[in-house]
Design a protein around this ligand. Sequence first.
Ligand code: ZN
Length: 239
Amino acid sequence: MKQEHDLRTIIKEAKRIVFFGGAGVSKGSGIPDFRGTGGLYTQGGYSESPEEMLSSTYLKRCPEKFFAYYKNHMLYPNAKPNAAHLTLAKWEREGKLTSVITQNVDGLHQMAGSKNVIELHGSVLRNYCVSCGEVHPLSHILESDGIPRCRLCGAVVRPDVVLYGENLDGAAFMQAQEDIACADVLIVGGTSLTVYPAAGLVQHFRGEHFIIINQTRTPYDSYAEIIIREPIEDVLAGL
Ligand code: ZN
């Protein structure tokens, strides 16, 4: 099995890297992995499951409880980009990375300086009024008491995040497919590639080098040229 020194050579020669990442990328920034140990799915104390509480029907049915849960578990306003975010932004500036495709909603790639970020699940930084569409910043959600209300019409302001029961952003998904299909190197990092349809994106890769950097196994491990089971920020910082 090839390892880090080979990866260094691949990155050096790459012209169109696409990075596809998940929760593991933000873990080093203190944002818990959705499904890992200490993640959202393993935190008890609620009568409903996180999938239920973060669903579109729950937002409509029990907005007060939705926002209480959302503010407590989905918002990390003090989180800062880590070495993984910063390295990817640097590769983009150097002209060797096409785009970052992320399942995260924290906006840390942009904060690190990445411009071409495809957010499959939206972003907590964007929020909009369900009635008039007026856009509100994250601070409006953080500063609101209970249910955030539109400053123009008073209706509920919701995050531009794909909730359970909602479809992925179709345009973002198409763009992700296209970028992966044109990439010469695909790096999958910090995701176990188990959540569809996003996980199926890697099937569009036609390039030369398919790299997986993830601490646990993924269903695509047998297709990878290099697999590294270490924290993504350590691996990317070392390149
Ligand atoms: Zn409004």
